[in-house]
Write a protein that binds this ligand. Sequence first.
Ligand code: FES
Length: 111
Amino acid sequence: MEKIVKLCSFDELVDGNGKLFFVDKEEIVVFREGNKLLAFSNVCPHNHAHKMFKGLLKNSQITCPIHHYTYCAITGFPKNSAVGVLKTYKVLLQNNEVLVKIDPSNFNFKF
Ligand code: FES
């Protein structure tokens, strides 16, 4: 069953920086890109490093700091098709609060 969880206030997010949240067994990274919010898993599909919160975000593309694979932060699809898809989340802004929708049926697939 999906659920919506409050993570923080919009003001707590620094433009261009990732912030890591632990919700149940999920590690969720939220990036602020201007007024846009992006949310995805902290676990990189390549080698499963828990470091996506340290990634570099540019034009809604997130680059893992470990081996520099890049994924679309909206869809999770990789630029290099040899790696899996990064899990992404729907993120909402409501009354200055950042909310994320967690859907356990939203499994990623591997190529
Ligand atoms: S662990 Fe992220 S690119 Fe290798």
